[in-house]
Write a protein that binds this ligand. Structure first.
Ligand code: C2E
Ligand code: CA
Ligand code: CA
Length: 606
C-alpha cells in the first residue's frame, strides 16, 4: 500500500471513530431515562459533543477526499470535496440515488459490496477503483472505500472517494509507452504477442478463423542508407499509417521491429478475404510518399498464415507468416504469399541442409567442376570457370544455386570461398605445369567475402604460395556488390587490380544493370547474362541490348563473354557481333577434373 493510501485509511479510521462517538453521544442525549444526569454533567457532555462535532465537521469538510454518507441507497450527506468531484451542489445531491453517479459498468461491483456490508459479514470493504459518471457526462476514475456507520440514528454507508484520474492517466501513459512503438504509436511486439494470444484463445473457443499478416518493407536497408535515419523514420510512420487505414476496423496492427509490421485479422471468412486485404495494403503503398523535400516509392512483401489451416498455436502462425513473407520476397517482392505445406517443406529442407553444411568442408564433401570458355577467334578453350558442387552423403550432388545462399547466410561462405580459391588455383596451376599454360581461371566471389578481413591479403598469399600467375586469375563479381558500399568496394577492387588479377562483372543484365558501373569500376571482363543470350533471338530489344553492350565494352577495352550459349544460332549471332568468348552447354557443361582433361585433350587432337 502506498503512503498516501495508508494516510487516507488512517484518516478514514479517525473519522469513523469520531462519527461513532457522535452517534453514541446522540444516543446518550436521546436516552436520558437510563441514567439521571445532573445539569452540570449534561452540559459538560453537550459541550464535549459540540466540540467534538465541530472538529469532526472541519476535518470532514476540509478533507481533500470526497466523504459521502448514503442511507437506503440515497445520498444523505457529502462534504465539499464530494460536491466538487461530482460537480453539483449539495442541494441537488441530497436525496439522489447513489447509483446515478456510478458508471454502469461498476454498478454491479458496488451493489455487491453494499450487500456484504449490510449483511454484516464485513465491517468494511477493501478499497476499489471505479469510474464515476458525472452529471455533465464526464467520467472520472476514483478509488472508494466504504464502511457501515450509524448516521442520524439510521444505518448508513459512509464512502470515502479519492479522485485518481491523474494517477490513472500517468499509469495509462506508462502502459502506453511500454506497449507501443514510439515512432508509429502502433502496438509493439510485446503487446502484439499478448493480443494475439487473447485472440487466438477466443478463435479456438468459438471455432472462428483468423489470419496473421507479416509485412516487411522491400530493400529498407538501401532506403534507410539513402534517406538517412530521420527521413526513413518519417517514411516508416507514413507506411504504418497508410497500411493501418487500408485495414478493416477489427484488425490489430503492430510494428514488431525496424521495418516489420504484424497484422492480426480476427474472425475472417476465408483466404480470399485475407488476400483482398493484402492486395489493399499493397495498393495503399503504391502511391509515392512525400518526405520533406523529396519523394519516393516503397513496396512491401507480405506473408500470410491462417488459423487453423497454417498452424496450431500463435508462435507457429507467426513463424509461418514470416516464412511465407520470405517466399514473397523471392517471388520478386511487392507481393503477398499465403503459407503452404510446400513452403514448410522447403524451409525444413533448407534448415537441414544448413545444418549439414557445417560439416561439409571438414568431411570433404565439396567438389569443383570446371566449365570451359571458348575463345571464338582461336576456337580454343582459353579459360575455365570454377563452379562449386556439394556432394551430399544422402542426396548426391547439390547445385550451388541451392546451397550458396545458405552459406552466404550463415557465414560459411568465407571458409568455403577460400577453399574454392585455393583448390581451383592449385588445380589450374597443375594444368599449367602439365602444358595447358594458357589456361586462365575464373572464380566466383560472393558479396560476403568482400567483408572478410584481410580478403586481399588472403588472395595475395594464395598466389604466392602456389606461385600462380595473377594474370591467369579472374575474379567474378556481381552487381549486387556494386550497389552496396561503393567506396569500400572500389578500394578493394583497386587493391585486387594492384595484384594484377583480373576482375569480371558477372551476370550483366540480370538485375538492374547500370552501364555506369562499367566506367566506375576497374573491370577487365564483362559477362553477358544467360537470360540475354537466351532472349536475344526471340526478342529484338534483347538483341539490340546485346549488340550495344558488346560495342560499349569494346570501347572501354573490356573482353566480352556470353554465358548460357545453347544453340548454334545463338553462337552465330554472337560471333557476328564480335563477342570474343562464349560459354555454354553448346560446348560443355561444367565438368569434373578428369572429364575436363579428356575433352581438352580431344579438342587438341581434332
Ligand atoms: P554463374 O556464375 O552465373 O555460373 C554459370 C551458371 O550457369 C552455372 O550454374 C552453369 O552451370 C550454368 N550454365 C552454364 N552454361 C549454361 C547453359 O548453356 N545453359 C544453362 N541453362 N546454364 C548454363 P551453376 O554451376 O549451377 O552455378 C550457379 C551459380 O552458383 C553460379 O552462377 C554462381 O553464381 C554460383 N556459384 C557457383 N560456384 C560458386 C563459388 O565457388 N562461389 C560463389 N560465390 N558462387 C558460386
Ligand atoms: Ca560466374
Ligand atoms: Ca554468370
Amino acid at each position: 500500500m502506498k503512503k498516501n493510501d495508508s494516510n487516507s485509511l488512517l484518516a478514514v479510521e479517525k473519522q469513523n471513530q469520531i462519527l461513532e462517538k457522535i452517534s453514541q453521544g446522540i444516543q446518550l442525549i436521546q436516552e436520558p431515562k437510563d441514567r439521571e444526569l445532573d445539569l452540570c454533567e449534561r452540559k459538560a457532555i453537550e459541550e464535549a459533543l459540540k466540540e467534538s462535532e465541530e472538529r469532526y465537521r472541519s476535518l470532514v469538510d476540509l478533507s481533500p477526499d470526497a466523504i459521502l454518507v448514503q442511507i437506503d441507497g440515497k445520498i444523505a450527506y457529502t462534504n465539499k470535496s464530494g460536491m466538487k468531484i461530482i460537480g453539483i451542489d449539495l442541494n441537488d445531491l441530497i436525496g439522489e440515488p447513489i447509483f446515478k453517479f456510478i458508471h454502469p459498468d461498476y454498478r454491479p461491483i458496488i451493489a455487491e459490496r453494499l450487500k456484504l456490508l449490510y449483511k454484516g459479514e464485513v465491517e468494511n470493504v477493501a478499497p476499489v477503483e471505479i469510474k464515476l459518471l458525472k452529471p455533465n457526462g464526464d467520467i472520472i476514475d476514483i478509488e472508494v472505500n466504504s464502511r457501515l456507520i450509524k448516521y442520524e440514528g439510521k444505518i448508513g454507508v459512509q464512502t470515502i472517494g479519492r479522485d485518481i484520474t491523474e494517477r490513472k492517466k500517468a499509469e495509462a501513459k506508462i502502459k502506453f509507452i511500454a506497449y507501443h512503438d514510439h515512432l508509429t504509436k502502433l502496438p509493439n511486439r510485446l503487446y502484439f504477442q499478448q493480443l494475439l494470444h487473447e485472440q487466438f484463445d477466443l478463435a479456438k473457443q468459438t471455432n472462428e478463423k483468423m489470419a496473421i499478416l507479416f509485412l516487411d518493407i522491400d530493400n529498407f536497408k538501401e532506403v534507410n542508407d539513402s534517406l538517412g535515419h530521420t527521413l526513413a523514420d518519417q517514411l516508416l510512420k507514413q507506411v504504418g499509417n497508410r497500411v493501418k487505414f487500408s485495414l478493416p476496423s477489427a484488425a490489430i496492427m503492430a510494428r514488431v521491429s525496424g521495418d516489420e509490421f504484424s497484422i492480426l485479422l480476427p474472425n475472417i471468412k476465408d483466404v480470399i478475404e485475407v488476400e483482398d486485404i493484402a492486395k489493399n495494403i499493397l495498393a495503399a503503398c503504391n502511391d509515392h510518399f512525400s518526405l520533406e523535400n523529396c519523394w519516393g516509392k516503397v513496396t512491401l512483401s507480405i506473408g500470410i498464415s491462417l488459423y487453423p489451416a497454417c498452424g496450431q498455436d500463435p508462435e507457429e502462425l507467426i513463424k509461418n507468416a514470416d516464412l511465407a513473407m520470405n517466399i514473397a520476397k523471392k517471388k520478386g517482392k511487392n507481393t503477398y504469399q499465403v503459407f503452404t505445406n510446400e513452403i514448410k517443406e522447403t524451409f525444413e529442407r533448407r534448415r537441414k541442409l544448413s545444418e549439414d553444411l557445417k560439416y561439409a568442408l571438414s568431411e570433404k564433401q565439396f567438389v569443383i567442376y570446371y566449365q570451359p570458355i571458348i575463345n571464338v577467334e582461336k576456337n580454343t578453350i582459353n579459360s575455365v570457370e570454377a563452379l562449386l558442387r556439394w556432394n551430399h552423403p544422402e542426396e548426391g550432388l547439390i547445385s550451388p544455386g541451392e546451397f550458396i545462399p545458405l552459406i552466404e547466410e550463415n557465414g560459411l561462405i568465407i571458409p568455403i570461398g577460400e577453399w574454392v580459391l585455393k583448390n581451383a588455383c592449385s588445380q589450374v596451376k597443375q594444368w599449367h605445369q602439365e602444358g595447358l599454360s594458357e589456361l586462365a581461371l575464373k572464380v566466383n566471389l560472393s558479396v560476403r567475402q568482400f567483408e572478410q578481413e584481410n580478403f586481399v591479403e588472403m588472395i595475395a598469399s594464395i598466389l604466392t604460395d602456389l606461385q600462380f600467375q595473377p594474370e591467369s586469375l579472374e575474379l567474378e563479381i556481381t552487381e549486387s556488390l556494386l550497389m552496396r558500399n561503393t567506396e569500400y568496394t572500389s578500394e578493394i577492387l583497386n587493391k585486387l587490380k594492384a595484384l594484377h588479377v583480373k576482375i569480371s562483372l558477372d551476370d550483366f543484365g540480370k538485375g538492374f544493370s547500370s552501364l555506369s558501373y562499367l566506367t566506375e569500376f576497374p573491370f577487365d571482363v564483362l559477362k553477358i547474362d544467360r537470360s540475354f543470350t537466351q532472349k536475344m533471338l526471340i526478342d529484338n530489344k534483347s538483341a539490340a541490348v546485346v549488340k550495344t553492350v558488346i560495342n560499349l565494352a569494346h570501347q572501354l577495352n573490356l573482353t566480352v563473354v556470353a554465358e548460357g550459349v545453347e544453340t548454334e544460332e545463338q553462337f552465330k549471332f554472337l560471333v557476328e557481333n564480335q563477342c570474343e568468348e562464349v560459354q555454354g552447354f553448346l560446348f560443355n557443361k561444367p565438368l569434373p577434373v578428369e572429364e575436363f582433361e579428356l575433352i581438352y585433350l580431344k579438342r587438341q587432337l581434332t
